[in-house]
Ligand binder design. Sequence first.
Ligand SMILES: N[C@@H](CCC(=O)N[C@@H](CS)C(=O)NCC(=O)O)C(=O)O
Length: 200
Amino acid sequence: MKLLTGSTSPFGRKVVAVLHELGMTDSVEVANIATTPVKTDPAIAAANPLGKVPALIREGGSALYDSRVICRYLDAQAGGTLYPDARLWETLTLEATGDAIMDAGVSMIYEVRLRPEDKQWDGWIDAQWAKITSAMDALEARWISHLAGPLDIGQIAVGCALSYIEFRQPDREWRAAHPQLSAWHTKFDQRESMQKTRPE
Ligand SMILES: N[C@@H](CCC(=O)N[C@@H](CS)C(=O)NCC(=O)O)C(=O)O
């Protein structure tokens, strides 16, 4: 199988971290490509009509996207435990929260990197950051015990999302207002799957 991803994509990182956690890195070739909403790479367009990474190309099967589908497919292939029956809906909601932080973080970067300078709007950036801090507030208030439990896809999504925010927004302080989340992330970030998937 071949994974089309981007070297700094937090969604792609989530999938590669899952490969590490499931012991599946030898089963999937990882190919980094550069694509943006205004310049779509032809290889990703062929695999995903939305033109977004990540996409998983399977031998003899249709390509899979997006990261949520790919992660669940890989877990099923490996007979993994990243989607525990006993707390499935909470786990998926936690994953959605991590993915939403990624979406808002990617949107902030596109605004400053892709939009012409005279069309950029601080109000847009501020609104995306407000979504991120609102999600962090919810994680701090309601999700710490789930985050501290057995590993699941929700934790991997949130771990990759917070790492992406640190990577792209190093000057924005979020840790002081979210001390439990900050401590959880510091520990989670030590996992081998996180250490081995750092963006360059
Ligand atoms: N919901 C998608 C989001 C993927 C996504 O936004 N990928 C970005 C890179 S981080 C992308 O490929 N953007 C190019 C585009 O929007 O055309 C997923 O979970 O895979």
